[in-house]
Design a protein around this ligand. Structure first.
Ligand SMILES: [Zn+2]
Length: 338
């Protein structure tokens, strides 16, 4: 994922609203806890953070999930088998895309549907690939990294949600889970060669493809929630600018659920600048309102996500069960109260 606000602006002609989201103290008025509408709540099943942690570790053990490598292939097979073992209807969308330097990547979006007879769908997403280089690492910019948080955490939380949904059927919603491929193959900071097509975005290849070629022709979801970097110790989740622009009501609903579930220290009622991530293409091309739960570090706005981002430090040492629990339990609250 790329935290370049200006790219986002240029690419999608997003104007004043997102731009104003960059500036603290301006823009959207935030709702306070006291204004949350209290309605009878359905207790969601318990999210097991140990289980989510295990699923992240399992991915990391395969090695970096870099497209066109054996680790990537093996992880794809593991995810497919795991979802099938949970009685999901699994569809694999295989495709090839050239990347910034002309190399052609063999990619795979993995889509799992639960209770497909239900017409009201909630789409949950995360990317399952890892970036091929730690280009923000001062010592080893060319080296791959584990991607425990960037990639691994979102998939781990969603596998645990899949496990729960397979046991406890939600009343009013069918759940679709999509693992996007090729999210993190954007041009590295050290690259000074020629760009294949300078007007194309080489981030988010899987979501770009899916949004224009949905696995079911007329597939629609009521709304979508993307997870990216949802496992680091002490992470905070601000209302990301693109999500607010496209789907403010869903952002508010999820953040309220976070507060109701007791995780207000994670879900901060302030906006953060918009970023290029998979949800942007789902909103723009698939026309499904999708928000992004993504870490934002206000202490270090230049890195946006956290010190570990695209460095060798993105490994299991970062991953904290409390953060996984906050995100997973909040999502379950949303799903079971739909
Ligand atoms: Zn990344």
């Amino acid at each position: 994922m790329k935290s370049n606000l200006y790219n986002l602006l240029i690419l999608f002609f997003i104007t004043a609203l997102v731009f104003s989201a960059c500036k603290p103290d301006k823009g959207l008025e935030e709702r306070q806890d006291s204004s949350i509408d209290i309605k009878p709540l359905i207790a969601a099943p318990e999210f097991n953070a140990d289980s989510a942690y295990f699923y992240i570790q399992k991915q990391v053990e395969f090695g970096p999930r870099i497209p066109n490598t054996p680790s990537h292939f093996q992880t794809g097979t593991y995810l497919e088998d795991k979802l099938k073992s949970l009685n999901a209807f699994v569809e694999i969308q295989e495709f090839q895309e050239p990347t910034y330097n002309g190399e052609v990547l063999s990619l795979k979006n993995i889509i799992a549907s639960f209770h497909p007879e239900k017409s009201r769908r909630i789409l949950l997403g995360a990317h399952w690939d890892t970036r091929p280089f730690s280009d923000k690492d001062p010592e080893n910019p060319q080296k791959p990294f584990d991607g425990a948080n960037d990639g691994g955490s979102g998939v781990g939380v969603l596998l645990e949600i899949a496990r729960i949904v397979s046991i406890h059927e939600p009343n009013n919603a069918g759940i679709d889970i999509i693992f996007f491929d090729g999210e993190d193959y954007g041009q590295p900071e050290f690259y000074d060669g020629e760009i294949l097509n300078s007007s194309k975005t080489y981030w988010c290849l899987g979501s770009q493809y899916w949004s224009k070629n949905k696995h079911k022709r007329n597939y629609m979801a009521y709304y979508g929630i993307l997870l990216d970097m949802v496992g680091a110790k002490g992470a905070t989740f601000y209302k990301e600018g693109g999500s607010v622009q496209f789907a403010k009501k869903i952002v508010d609903k999820v953040w309220d659920a976070g507060h109701i579930s007791g995780f207000s220290q994670f879900f901060i009622n302030q906006t953060s600048p918009g970023i290029t991530d998979d949800h942007i293409f789902v909103n723009r091309d698939a026309k499904i309102p999708m928000i992004n739960i993504v870490e934002y570090d206000p202490e270090d706005p230049s890195s946006y996500f956290g010190f570990y981002h695209h460095t060798q430090n993105d490994n299991m040492d970062l991953i904290d069960r409390e953060t996984l629990k906050a995100v997973g339990q909040t999502l379950l609250h949303v799903i079971y109260n739909e």
